[in-house]
Design a protein around this ligand. Structure first.
Ligand SMILES: [Zn+2]
Length: 768
């Protein structure tokens, strides 16, 4: 190899490097703005241990408790009361000895002395409706709390217990040691709330014209709290909003309701032959073989008959569920019922819908198909849906999930008319709530503590499933729509929130109860963060593999945020601490812009820089090795003999270097850059993110280049890049496809484009 090759290579390879180094030194000299955003999360994360590994997988001594339930439940339809007798068998798999057990009494949130109404700040509005006034100031509060009639051990001895609002402590006769189990019974009843009037995740809707109700029942029985290596007892009170933490177990539940009610719930119906009419049985068999369209099991005519002529008798529905964390059911004589089969892996799952005629025509058309579609999408992204059925229940203003069953809103007007908003709202809520089977019903995170772990992950998958649904059922889209109009997940949709008033924004890693913007904070932001991580930062292949690893490691177990964060890195070789730190632990936002662009030409003429260099090296200037000098175009340092921008003249310059070193053929293959720029990026937003730049060339073509987020590691404010190009670049644009949720795009282009960002549009809209 001849000597001069080295110079040429230095020119090609190091030119960018010289700039980068200079720039880094310059940045370092400004002496500021390294906010250490790439610091590992050792301070924030709990230390890995034998229960939870550093890889994010369950550790060798991982354990979880189990609670089995045998329950006899009776609905008093006349008085809207529910009563039950349950036997809980609790298995202590923890290494600890337990002196007492904690049981959740969620209905006490609606007790007369509930403290829930007292933690809301309030004030008088100028005017309020008369009914609201009566409800707020003139009525005795509704008493919907549990009446605990007895707590007994299996021999019938009373067990001492203490109720602290929504939590009941039951004293054990003897400490429960590792590996031991304890059975006890609780007898209870409570007044069921009208969820349409009084709110709540369960209750009834009343139909005054025919004097009957639709019941969607959940949190209806005293439920075991979780005891874990992370929280000990998760006995944080239920204030009504943040959801639940529940151990897995087997449920044997007998529910007695009016004989003309149709009922479905968590688990297998074990007395189908007793319950079903011959017609229903025939239709059910047909439904099991119908993969494209739902089959009606109970028709509108049949439901109408029951409404017109209500039965005074009762019937008992028997359900059995294995390895579920909760139990819910829906019952009414108003219900229509349809089902169809869907192939998941190598088995068939029944997609099921329960709805009153008020849900039609929407529900008969789309509910069961949305259930089937969701199971397929989520199974693809995680693991095969393990249960034998998934039910979507129509319930006014509800959107709530339980294992195998969920309540969903979406009701057309009385004349059957519905808007796009109602239709898409209904399909979306079904996808969302059915999706919750995966998170948190199977990947059983602690909802009381971390709302985002189920809502965020689920809303992210909801976005994926909505796009699938539109692809598989294009006729569900309204005219003019070629994609499903997902409300959450697309980066641009999170901009008004992330760019909004910081006084009302909390980090994702905040307990649900304390979130001022619940939906944005626990649903939309984590969903968007994961979507950006998938599409822009990691790419689908790496993300999807790692996400699946997390889901499979933690299905039927209790993961923590660290287990998720660590698994995503462990399975992808992607250091994401900076991403978790920025998106999950802070309220920073994305704003990256172009601060300045300088254009250079190259010259062989020795500039002042050469003189300085020669002096430093202590050699005469003319003894310096051949070099290429970058001269800023606006510089008046000297008049160049070779002007950047004129490719032919410059190639003469380069040939002088090339002549000796390459064959003619080799020379042909070498790409010579003709145009040289330094782009200075600025970052007014706190989040470090990859810089995606689009170059538009003079010939109209474009090229996208992405600099990884680590480009910000020395300076959190600005960074420069040298860009050498064969073609002249006429404009630069950051995040051209709006994939990073950049809240202010007015600084994204060079030359500056006058653009109204989404954020500005939003601001202006608010001002109006
Ligand atoms: Zn949800």
């Amino acid at each position: 190899m001849k000597k001069s090759i080295f110079y040429f290579l230095s020119f090609l390879l190091i030119s960018g490097g010289i700039f980068a180094q200079d720039q880094d030194q310059a940045n370092a000299k400004t002496g500021h703005k390294n906010n250490n955003k790439f610091k590992q999360l050792y301070d924030e994360f709990s230390t890995p241990n034998m229960f939870r590994s550093a890889s994010g997988a369950p550790g060798p001594q991982y354990y979880q408790q189990q609670a089995d339930y045998k329950m006899d439940i009776e609905l008093d339809d006349e008085n809207a009361r529910l009563s039950g007798n349950e036997i809980i068998t609790y298995y202590n798999n923890s290494p600890d000895e337990l002196k007492y057990l904690w049981i959740q009494l969620d209905q006490n949130m609606r007790a007369k002395d509930s403290k829930t109404p007292l933690i809301q700040g309030s004030g008088y509005r100028s005017a309020t409706s008369a009914s609201r006034f009566v409800g707020a100031y003139m009525k005795d509060p509704f008493d919907g709390g549990f009446n605990i009639l007895e707590v007994k051990d299996i021999k019938g001895n009373d067990l001492p217990h203490m109720i602290n609002r929504t939590m009941m402590r039951v004293e054990l006769p003897a400490p429960l040691k590792t590996g031991e189990q304890f059975s006890f019974s609780i007898k209870w009843w409570y007044n069921i709330n009208d969820h349409v009037r009084d709110g709540g995740r369960s209750g009834y809707e009343y139909f005054p014209d025919t004097d009957n109700r639709i019941y969607v029942m959940a949190q209806f029985y005293p439920r075991m709290a979780v005891y874990s290596d992370v929280e000990g007892w998760q006995n944080s009170q239920f204030w009504g909003r943040d959801e639940f933490a529940l151990p897995f177990g087997n449920f044997e539940v007998n529910i007695t309701v009016p004989a003309d009610h149709i009922l479905d719930g968590t688990g297998r119906l074990t007395n189908r032959k007793e319950i079903f009419s011959k017609d229903m049985m025939k239709r059910y068999k047909k439904a099991k073989l119908s993969y494209d369209n739902p089959v009606m099991i109970v028709t509108e005519e049949e439901a109408q008959k029951a409404i017109d002529n209500p039965s005074k008798k009762t019937k008992t529905w028997k359900l059995y569920a294995e390895n579920v964390r909760d139990f819910g059911f829906a019952t009414s004589r108003r219900y229509l019922w349809d089902m169809m089969a869907v192939k998941i892996g190598n088995k068939d799952v029944m997609a099921v819908s329960l709805y009153s005629k008020e849900g039609n025509p929407l529900w008969e058309e789309w509910s069961t198909k949305a259930v089937a579609s969701t199971l397929k999408s989520y199974s693809r992204m995680t693991f095969d849906y393990p249960y034998h059925k998934a039910i979507s229940v129509h319930a006014k203003r509800q959107g709530m999930e339980y294992p195998m069953i969920c309540w969903n809103y979406g009701r057309p007007n009385k004349d059957g008319f519905y808007t796009d908003r109602i239709k898409y709202g209904m399909i979306s809520v079904i996808i969302h709530e059915v999706g919750h089977n995966f998170f948190p019903m199977i990947v059983n995170s602690d909802e009381r503590q971390w709302t985002w772990m189920d809502e965020g992950l689920n809303t992210f998958l909801q976005y994926v499933a909505e796009q699938d649904f539109a692809e598989w059922y294009p006729t569900a889209l309204s005219p003019g729509h070629d994609k499903y109009p997902s409300r959450r997940g697309a980066p641009k949709n999170i901009i008004p929130y992330m760019g909004g008033d910081q006084d009302y924004i909390m980090p994702i890693m905040t307990k649900g109860l304390n979130l001022p913007q619940f939906g944005n904070n626990a649903y939309a932001k984590p969903a968007t963060a994961l979507n950006i991580l998938r599409e822009t930062v990691m790419g689908r292949e790496l993300f999807d593999y790692a996400f699946k690893v997390y889901a499979n490691r933690w299905k039927f177990k209790h993961p923590t945020p660290e287990d998720f964060f660590r698994s995503m890195e462990d399975a992808s070789a992607f250091d994401l601490d900076w991403y978790w730190r920025g998106w999950f632990y802070t309220t920073d936002w994305v704003d990256i812009g172009i601060k300045d662009i300088k254009k250079y030409y190259v010259s062989r003429e020795q500039t002042k820089y050469a003189e300085a260099l020669a002096e430093k090296l202590n050699v005469p200037v003319d003894k310096l090795s051949p070099m290429v000098y970058f001269v800023e175009e606006s510089s008046d340092e000297f008049t160049p003999t070779v002007k950047e921008g004129k490719a032919s003249e410059k190639s003469i310059l380069l040939k002088e270097y090339l002549m000796d070193n390459f064959t003619e053929e080799e020379r042909q293959k070498i790409e010579e850059p003709n145009y040289f720029y330094t782009v200075t990026f600025e970052k007014p937003g706190g989040l470090v993110m990859p810089i995606i730049v689009e170059y538009t060339y003079a010939d109209g073509t474009t090229k996208k280049e992405t600099f990884p987020a680590q480009i910000w590691r020395y300076n959190d404010n600005e960074v420069s890049r040298a860009i050498a190009s064969q073609k002249e670049i006429v404009s630069f644009k950051i995040d051209p496809d709006l994939e990073t949720a950049d809240i202010d795009v007015s600084n994204n282009s060079w030359p500056r484009e006058v653009v109204e960002s989404d954020f500005d549009k939003f601001k202006n809209k608010i001002k109006q």
